[in-house]
Write a protein of this length. Sequence first.
Length: 181
Amino acid sequence: MTDTSASARRPVATEANQGVDFDDILQAQVVMLGNKLGLSLLRRALAPNNLSIREWRVIAIMFLFGPSMARQISEQTALDPAHVSRTIHQLKKRGIVTFHENPNDRRQLIVDLTAEGTRLAREMLPQVSETANSIRNIFTDAEFAQLISYLQRANDHVDTMLSGEPARPDRYCSRALSEGR
């Protein structure tokens, strides 16, 4: 039987790819880990509760941070605002979230979890934590703290890079982000 794990696969070096190893590309590693964790979470907790990964991310943000505006949810989840808008409307139809007017600006809506949304978040959090803890357990406490520190430093750096770039709210960027490109 052939080993198909990521560590066993090696690309064929050609003149075109100059021997670059796909597994050495940081974005590839981060995206693959995120996708695999998401798939595990989907199989273990989300699918039985008829939730998508995106819906869970929105629910989790509101559960952890309280009522929020769609823009805040978008920023905290790093999801495209249009996807957040569609997701919160889907969750509203299912009775998981509700909308309230912002008393400071009547043009804005505040999204909040309903009692059903809060119940669902409380019920799912242990299952989500179990998946996260299975990763945490392969590291010592010091290694895990270092990993989190590295990831936070990388996220902060990318935030700085993005703040210096002009926003491109065109259709391609939104679609590319949602598709993980």
